[in-house]
Design a protein around this ligand. Structure first.
Ligand code: ZN
Length: 350
């Protein structure tokens, strides 16, 4: 009777570093096993033919310590993902060139299916990423394949992807000016630069948690409903995109340039000018046409300007209420307390 070779047999051979060219002559190879051989050898097994095989694991015919099975290696090293891996490496190079990452900081991920994503490895500079280093994970963070260990911050990426079915890619880095706002605990004020309003919008501040923990991921994912770019207190910035990794990277350039501009403008000695509510409405209409959500879209024109929550630290050019009315709002009890405290401080100083 002829020997039947199944996908399981192929997986065992690959796992043990066996030779796919040395299958018994005349054996019956099941169609799925045949596919697996093709994926691993870049063609049907033939002596000396390894054309198309990608990555160390596939080239050596041996599974790496980070691989959960030959079928996952076949996915990760499928040539159809070559361009995407190169794009991730290119974005890493841009992050490093612009000094948005330091040491081995920063990480990226791209969803490639219902329950799978490619991501960057841990402990390497994003400035010199290699396509062969890109890892495959499931949406719970379990590494499925790769020549290196996945980033330790992947949970945050995946929690965003789970919360946002539209999210195709996530980018995290430490751009200095935006991170400075995150360290100071200041949410960047809005309504000053069109690109920021249209492509990013409000960049809220998530509280600090240890990087890589599920708690950190949850805090960020909770904000991802309304925001595509989130500042992480005392840490950095994370962005997600429904278009791809370059778009997620663009958001980093936009938020970093914006924070730098706001910081410089704040030193110039003149009050910063903001858009009027009509101008903001125009920008939000452009944003709507680009299919980028913004919680302010449902606002009435007047609310855009008259809402301190969206514009912390920036006073509207038109007072929302006459000054006399605002004074009338102050609780006389609070006023008395403030006076008492002020008097005490003054007395102590004397
Ligand atoms: Zn980080």
């Amino acid at each position: 009777m002829k020997k039947v070779i199944s996908i399981k047999d192929i997986e065992t051979i690959v796992r043990n570093g066996g030779d796919l060219n040395a299958l018994p002559a005349g054996a019956i190879i099941t169609p799925s096993a045949r596919d697996m051989i093709r994926k691993h050898t870049g063609g049907f097994a033939k002596k000396g033919d390894s054309k198309g095989a990608k990555g160390k694991a596939a080239k050596s015919g041996k599974l790496s310590e980070f691989s959960a099975g030959a079928e996952y290696d076949a996915i990760l090293f499928d040539p159809k993902y070559d361009a995407l891996k190169h794009e991730i490496c290119e974005m890493g190079h841009r992050l490093w060139t612009r000094a948005y990452v330091d040491g081995n900081g920063g990480n990226m991920s791209v969803r490639i299916g219902e329950n799978m994503a490619l991501c960057t490895p841990t402990l390497v500079s994003k400035g010199s990423l290699k396509p062969d280093w890109i890892c495959l994970v499931d949406l719970d963070g379990k590494q499925l394949a790769g020549n290196m260990a996945r980033t330790s911050e992947i949970l945050m990426h995946l929690q965003i992807m789970k919360a946002q079915p539209r999210a195709k890619a996530v980018c995290h880095c430490h751009p200095p000016h935006a991170t400075a706002f995150a360290v100071a605990g200041i949410q960047p004020p809005t309504c000053m630069i069109p690109e920021m309003e249209v492509f990013v919008g409000i960049a809220p501040l998530a509280p600090y948690r240890t990087p890589g923990t599920p708690e950190m991921g949850k805090l960020v994912a909770d904000l991802s409903d309304k925001h595509n770019t989130i500042l992480m207190a005392n840490h950095g910035v994370v962005s997600w995109s429904h278009n791809g990794i370059e778009d997620a990277y663009f958001k980093m350039e936009i938020v970093e340039a914006y924070c730098r501009t706001v910081w410089v403008a704040s030193q110039l000695g003149a009050p910063m000018k903001t858009f009027s509510s009509e101008q903001m409405k125009d920008l939000l209409n452009i944003k709507k046409s680009l299919d980028i959500p913004d919680p302010r879209m449902d606002f009435k024109e007047c609310e855009l300007c008259d809402n301190n929550e969206w514009r912390p630290g920036v006073s509207c050019s038109v007072p929302s209420k006459p000054v006399a009315d605002q004074a009338a709002d102050v609780d006389p009890g609070v006023e008395e307390m403030v006076k008492a405290i002020t008097d005490q401080i003054l007395a102590k100083m004397k």
